[in-house]
Ligand binder design. Structure first.
Ligand code: ACO
Length: 157
């Protein structure tokens, strides 16, 4: 499956394809957590010519609910609409598979991400208190704020 946009292709990886761990770890620094969900997910990439410039991971929760577990764009290509392109394409893919509810979680400190997800119609529905304190060995900081809690957002489709 491929959707073209400004020469960027949206492609699903095959099971045997190499996973772009550099990007996956940019969104989620826990290799153990990434490996646990990646093996059960559909993985999509944004490809420009021969270069992978973005990744999005779709994890099935039930027949009608899925979660975007990981999304990342190569730093040189950030803030140019690639993240939005990945989310819009993965939402369209999921809708085709009869998914009616999409979840996405990010840290309380991820201000740009919270902006992007709410702009695309996700609403805050839950806070998983101290998720980052309990699941990551080192304290994480962004925007001068400690990442403590997971903010869960939901989009009804
Ligand atoms: N600061 C402020 N706003 C931001 C930021 C930021 N760092 N990043 C995205 N946005 C918002 C803005 O509203 C932007 O709109 P604007 O261009 O009008 O300002 C909007 O998002 C659209 O952004 P895109 O250009 O589509 O986003 P991008 O291609 O940069 O992808 C992403 C966003 C995936 C978060 C990227 O910045 C990235 O890879 N960051 C590092 C990894 C990461 O944090 N991943 C998400 C973790 S949560 C999870 O994986 C479920």
């Amino acid at each position: 499956m491929a959707t073209e946009n400004r020469n960027i292709a949206f492609l699903q990886l095959e099971e045997d394809d190499q996973k772009p761990y550099d990007l996956l770890l940019l969104a989620d620094p826990s290799r153990a957590l990434v490996e646990a969900y990646v093996s059960k997910s559909a993985i999509f990439i944004a490809k420009l010519k021969d270069e992978i410039i973005g990744v999005v991971v779709l994890f099935p929760i039930s027949k009608s609910v899925a979660e975007i577990k990981n999304i990342a764009v190569t730093p040189a290509f950030q803030r140019q609409g690639v993240g939005q392109f990945l989310i819009e394409n993965v939402l369209a893919f999921a809708k085709n598979k009869m998914i009616s509810k999409m979840l996405i979680g990010t840290a309380n400190s991820s201000l740009g991400q919270l902006h992007l997800y709410q702009k695309l119609g996700f609403e805050i529905t839950e806070i998983r208190k101290e998720f980052f304190i309990n699941n990551y060995p080192e304290p994480l900081y962004e925007n001068g704020i400690q990442a403590k809690h997971m903010i869960m957002l939901t989009k009804e489709m």
